[in-house]
Design a protein around this ligand. Structure first.
Ligand code: FAD
Length: 579
């Protein structure tokens, strides 16, 4: 081992966040020989979104067994796996994260639980390309139990705070607005659902004991996945629940589980265009007239099958959803279940008020008022109004500017340079997308800071297989920190152009995902095309891409298993010695 890499390995690394992204990054760093790894989390346990304090029985997630697993630890199949096609539950995710921590991290990395990061500032930058002169990152934290505020210094930072860990509530719906209007019930954001559930069940009587009282119900505001999850839970607990939304996420559902060769392979990913089309089949699908028709025919078939699976009527507000092809606002419901949101709606156990918007709290203090003036009275108002970036607010302005983390005016025109036939006649990019851009190379490193190798973001690649992509990203970051030779731009200027091109692509590919492209997720919406995105990262590291293999006809159907990443550390080490 060279002295320079030994130096890096002993320098302190701080990982902010102990969700799945933080955990796998810590493990890969330790496996690579880093000796001083600290994880900070404001939670009391590991798991992030799936931490003990957030999950509840009956919560099903968008993913199936195998998609949220790391190569070094098996995950037992979740409950009712056969009937649900291996649909993962929140509880299964919590158990996996906790087992991962116990098996691979406890006593090896330093964990500070219930420690909130208040601010991050770079006091000194390492000279670009010289890993022996570490940077000094000052991290200001608050110990939540004692209120004590202190500062700690690190040489490198991995930001793994999650794109969805900070609630977003419009001011007119906030708890303050509710008390200002004299609302007599309970109001909270869905992020607190697990901790407040018992209180809600205590407060709102079961349907059969409600004696027709209008206010014996919960009103859920929002139409996305969280809204549907909490509605299903409350309806399954026998409570009356009303969902109000303007527009909902598109969903996928099938009468029976989709077979693994289609669900867990590259099949669905190649039906979606990537920035770079590697295979002949992808080029056929996205650059020829016939290919484009096939792509959209399959998307239409998936939509129709999903609506049919739950007998959704033609005039239902659930058909007024985001597009399956042009958006990543997707809820994967999997095989039809009798206790799922759509089944409960069909059975009349969930009332639907849509398309409607809530204007605010009613002046009589009984509930909320809709845009048509109707009042919905309720004992509980649940705000399923989404999440916002966890990044803003914890960096000083100077640091954001210095590392190039914030949004800035674009230097490239928002033009469709790809001209794919599958993307013909799509929605136009939002006019606001011409005002701002972010330049986060590969969705991991602010391009302006690429040469310093002292800061990276984990968990920001929006993906349908978080296990696989997070593990690949963790290896990428470790190689990057160790100054390994990588196929990445050699100058800041080139990095900025490459990153901005990625951003332009995302703006054209997903025109309605503007806020993510401009703010919290930047150039990393590889939801469907996660295998192609992971391959790009593997190529950056100089190791074998497309590891699931297969022949010229079978490769799109080969199951992608995270186990194929188990030798990645050794492969990277071998390359380091070769160089
Ligand atoms: C309700 C909900 C449902 C979701 N469902 C799915 C799904 O079905 N499938 C899917 O793939 N994805 C889903 N997501 C997205 C999900 O966030 C990611 O897939 C993934 O679990 C995120 O992992 P992560 O480690 O990046 O971040 P998180 O799990 O969000 O972890 C963030 C960590 O950062 C810590 N943190 C944040 N800010 C600070 C701070 N200032 N100081 C200290 N610590 C901080 C948190 O305490 C936590 O430990 C969902 C998100 C939400 C909110």
């Amino acid at each position: 081992m060279s002295t320079s890499s030994r130096g890096v390995l002993d320098q302190p690394v701080c990982i902010i966040g102990a969700g799945v992204a933080g955990l796998i990054n810590a493990h890969v760093l330790l496996q690579d020989g880093f000796t001083n790894v600290t994880l900070l989390t404001r939670d009391a346990s590991v798991g992030g979104v799936w931490a003990r304090e957030r999950v509840y029985p009956g919560l099903y997630i968008n993913n199936v067994h195998g998609e949220y697993r790391f190569s070094c630890l098996d995950m037992p199949p979740p409950e009712r796996s056969g009937a649900t096609g291996g649909r993962l539950t929140g509880i299964a995710m919590r158990d996996y994260a906790e087992k991962f921590y116990e098996t691979h991290l406890k006593g090896k990395a330093h964990f500070s639980f219930q420690t909130e990061v208040l601010g991050i500032e770079r006091r000194r930058a390492s000279p670009a390309g010289d890993p022996n002169e570490p940077s000094i990152w000052s991290v200001r934290v608050k110990v939540l139990l004692s209120g004590q505020v202190r500062e700690e210094n690190f040489a490198r930072i991995i930001l793994a705070t999650g794109g969805c860990s900070n609630p977003q509530v419009p001011p007119y719906l906030s708890e303050a607005a509710a008390s200002g209007a004299g609302y007599r019930g309970l109001v909270f954001h869905t992020s607190k659902f697990s901790t407040k559930l018992d209180e809600v069940l205590e407060l709102v009587k079961p349907r059969e004991n409600a004696n027709g009282h209008e206010n014996e119900r919960v009103v859920v505001i929002g139409g996305g996945k969280s809204a549907q999850d909490v509605c299903a839970k409350l309806a399954n607990e026998g409570r009356r629940v009303t969902i109000v939304f303007d527009r909902t996420d598109v969903f996928l559902a099938t009468p029976d589980p989709i077979p693994d060769f289609a669900r867990k392979s590259r099949f669905l990913s190649i039906l979606h265009p990537h920035r770079v089309l590697k295979s002949r089949l992808e080029r056929f699908l996205h650059t020829t007239w016939l290919g484009g028709k096939i792509v959209h025919a399959v998307m239409d078939l998936l939509s129709t099958t999903s609506y049919k699976a739950y007998n959704i009527p033609l005039d239902s507000p659930f058909r007024r959803a985001h597009s399956l092809f042009w958006s990543v606002r997707l809820s994967d419901d999997g095989a039809v279940r009798s206790d799922s949101f759509y089944s409960l709606v069909g059975a009349g156990a969930i009332d639907v008020v849509a398309p409607h918007r809530v204007k605010g709290y009613s002046t009589d203090g009984s509930g909320v008022t809709l845009n048509d003036g109707t009042t919905l009275s309720a004992k509980v108002v649940l705000l399923a109004t989404g999440y916002q970036s966890s990044w803003t607010g914890i960096f000083t302005k100077e640091t954001i500017e210095e590392i190039g983390f914030g949004k800035h005016a674009p230097t490239l025109p928002i033009e469709d340079n790809w001209q794919y036939s599958s993307m013909k006649d799509g929605p136009k990019p939002h006019p606001d997308s011409r005002q701002w851009t972010t330049t986060i190379y590969r969705g991991i490193v602010p391009a302006k800071n690429l040469l310093h190798r002292d800061f990276a973001i984990a968990g920001a690649l929006f993906t349908a297989n978080p296990g696989y992509t997070n593990e690949v990203v963790a290896h990428w970051i470790s190689s990057y920190f160790q100054n390994d030779r990588m196929n990445i731009p050699r100058t800041t200027e080139k990095a900025l152009v490459e990153a901005e091109k990625e951003s332009v692509w995302m703006k054209i590919r997903f025109p309605d995902m503007l806020s993510w492209v401009n703010d919290s997720y930047s150039a990393s919406l590889d939801f469907w095309t996660w295998p192609q995105a992971a391959d790009e990262l593997l190529e950056d590291m100089g190791v074998l891409p497309q590891r699931s293999g297969g022949g010229w006809f079978t490769w799109p159907f080969k199951i992608i298993d995270t186990k194929e990443l188990s030798t990645l550390g050794e492969e990277r080490r071998a390359l380091r010695f070769e160089h």
